[in-house]
Design a protein. Sequence first.
Length: 297
Amino acid sequence: MSTLTRLESEAITIIREVAAEFERPVLLFSGGKDSMVLLHLAVMAMHPAPLPFAVMHVDTGHNLPEVIEFRDRTVAAHGVPLVVASVQDSIDRGRVTEQQGPRASRNTLQTTTLLDAIEHHRFDAVMAGGRRDEERSRAKERVFSHRDEFGQWDPKQQRPELWNLYNGRHRSGEHFRIFPLSNWTELDIWEFVGRRKMALPSIYFAHRRQVFRRDGMLMAVSPFLPPEPGDEVFEATVRFRTVGDATCTAAIESQASTVDEVIAETAVARVTERGATRADDRISEAGMEDRKRLGYF
């Protein structure tokens, strides 16, 4: 059995366990490559039956249009209900306060929006595409990651998962974050995309785009991220390794325009996708872990 086949089988088993054990699971889906792979695996796990759960996108409102178009087209093709939890709605209701300034981002505001949506829809299991090679704190996660009644994560209180046995028991108000892709890498994701001939948003492949440099990263010019005075805007051939809020997600220079070319490029990469392209992950060594303790993805 190849490594990728083993990972597929493991993820499918986890998804089936979630469908059997929880009353109101949901799958987080942004239209990005990890969530697309997770959705594809969920369809495989439930085939020939339809998916027994909805998908949810925590939408900052500052997404690149190619990703939102792909999200809507994919959800419609699979015929699954889409729950959109809007950060803009959270701002309008006074639940969160929008940051100001040239480096302001709505990315951290997603935590409140996510927790409000989980409480409103009474979700008891939230499946997400987190991988352990993304960022250091991800490696502390269990596959079934317990969250208390406030949606908070305590890495010291997670349950053992010996012999791949998962304990999903929880009290009312608590929930689990489920990570079926825990043992996958970025390279595994792309090899799965190639094996299954999956479609992805066009921004994952090399294209010409107006960009400027900020803090050593190539940021795409967008209505949500205008250049500051003194920023030099130029056109470059780039692609995105990850998709997210346009205000904190950078591109990389690349000529990889096919899945095979992206696989070859990823195989020799020495910096994680988040480390190379996510400005919000550079706030501190423990920045992501601190946010996860408060309920972030």
